[in-house]
Design a protein around this ligand. Structure first.
Ligand SMILES: Nc1nc2c(ncn2[C@@H]2O[C@H](COP(=O)(O)OP(=O)(O)O)[C@@H](O)[C@H]2O)c(=O)[nH]1
Ligand SMILES: [Mg+2]
Length: 222
């Protein structure tokens, strides 16, 4: 019984990864730098995207993943940001098949695609969906133990954001302990502290993302 379950999971991951790699190739050929946004519900994923997109020089498109509702997509469209809603109807993460279909309908060449994954710190880290990088948002309000409790998300992230810096004075966030936890898992991901409410720290994040996108585009041309 145990053997059967393992085989099924291997098949699921293998199929998912194959489609994700095809999607990544297609996006690269279209010059679309794709960022998989992960984080718990309410960390500010949507608010972060609104701030960031304003600072980018190339056009951006957002795919919103939620279990239910189109609240975030409506918010983005009202602000003039191109967006598309995906609902999983219960699944705790996005998979590559749904993204492969969605990106075919995205009218964008040479720009940024942000995919806001389902809000949780567990399942999205297990599935690649076609992204060039994974961006993980955490906050000062979630507590500084999260890298220790949810290691996979912090291990897989290419960049880590500490959001809600404006609330630091009201919570006992131990930043040194938080960063120590990340560095035990992931030595490469830069860590940016920001406030999506005030805009603090966004210049640095936008510059970093812009630089990453340039490297991907230049490797496509080779
Ligand atoms: N104080 C503060 N609130 C924030 C910040 N970023 C987001 N929020 C608030 O946190 C709540 C959840 O934000 P949202 O972007 O919807 O989070 P998501 O569920 O991760 O997409 C909203 O009420 C936001 O206004 C921040 O940097 N500081
Ligand atoms: Mg959201």
């Amino acid at each position: 019984m145990e053997h059967t379950e393992v085989t099924v999971m291997e098949d699921i991951f293998e199929r998912n990864d194959k489609i994700a790699l095809e999607t990544n190739q297609a996006l690269s050929e279209r010059g679309i730098f794709t960022v998989n946004i992960m984080g718990a519900p309410g960390v500010g994923k949507t608010t972060f995207l609104v701030r960031l997109i304003q600072l980018l020089a190339k056009p951006a498109f957002v795919i919103e993943g939620d279990i239910e509702s189109d609240i975030d997509t409506k918010k983005l469209l009202d602000l003039g940001i191109a967006a598309l809603q995906l609902n999983t109807g219960g699944a705790c993460h996005l998979e590559s098949t749904i993204i492969a279909d969605a990106v075919k309908t995205v009218s964008l060449e040479n720009g940024y695609l942000f995919i806001e994954n389902i809000g949780n710190l567990v399942c999205p880290a297990e599935f690649i969906i076609g992204e060039h990088i994974k961006l993980l948002i955490s906050t000062v309000t979630e507590g500084s133990d999260k890298p220790y409790k949810y290691p996979l998300a912090f291990e897989k992230a290419d960049v880590i954001i500490i959001n809600k810096a404006d609330l630091s004075a009201y919570v006992d966030f131990d930043e040194a302990y938080f960063i120590k936890g990340i560095q035990a898992l992931n030595k490469n991901a830069p860590i940016f502290k920001v406030s999506a409410k005030t805009g603090e720290g966004f210049g640095e994040v936008a510059a970093w993302i812009t630089e990453q996108a340039k490297q991907i585009n230049s490797s496509i041309k080779k």
